[in-house]
Design a protein around this ligand. Sequence first.
Ligand code: GTP
Ligand code: MG
Length: 193
Amino acid sequence: MKVQEARYVMSNSDYQKCPEPDLPEYAFIGRSNVGKSSLINMLTEKKSLAKTSQQPGKTQLINHYLINDLWYLVDLPGYGYAKVSKVEREKWETMINDYLHNRQNLICTFVLIDVRHSALTADLEFMAALGEAGIPFHIIFTKADKLKPGQVANKVEEYKQTLSELWEEVPPMFVTSAEKHEGRDAILKTIET
Ligand code: GTP
Ligand code: MG
C-alpha cells in the first residue's frame, strides 16, 4: 500500500470527542519513549507529522492522522513513565484505556517494545489486559538499528519464548527501525489486509 496522503486531524483527551468512528483505525501504544510517534512519521514518510522527543512523555493526547482519506493512524501517550506525577500518570492511563476499550472502529492495536529490552512486567501486564478485554494486538519491536541483526533475532526469539510460556497464542511480531526505515512495508501490508 502506498501512503499518498497523511494529515493531522485532531488531538483529544476524550475518546468520545475523537473523529466520527466511521473509518478503520489502528493505534500505536507502548511505554513512553519507545518510538510510537517516530514510527508514525516513518510509516507516513513525514518527518514531523507526529511530534517526537528524546524526553519521555512527549505525546500527551490521543492524536488522529487520516491516511489516504481512508483510515486513521492514532498516536497515544505512553504508559509507565515514572517522572510524571501519580495523578498525571493515572489520568493518561484512564485516557488510554477508555479509548482502547470503547473506540468502535479500532481494528487493531500495535504494542511497541524496545527491541533491546527483555520482557518487562509493565508491557506483559498491559498486553495481558488487552487479551482479556478481547482487543486484538500485534507487537512491533522498535529501534532495531541499536543492535546488530543477530542480536535483534535473539531478542525476538527470547521474547517469543517468554510469551509462549505465558499465553496459548503469541501475537504477530514485526521488527522496525524508524531511523533506518525498516519494517515499513510489512506493517502497511498488515493494515491493508
Ligand atoms: P512518548 O510520546 O514520550 O510516549 O514517546 P514515543 O514513544 O512517541 O517516542 P518518540 O517517537 O518520541 O521517540 C523517542 C526517542 O527515540 C526519540 O529521540 C527518537 O528519535 C528515538 N527513536 C525512535 N525510534 C527510533 C529508532 O528506530 N531508532 C533510533 N535509533 N532511535 C529511535
Ligand atoms: Mg510520542
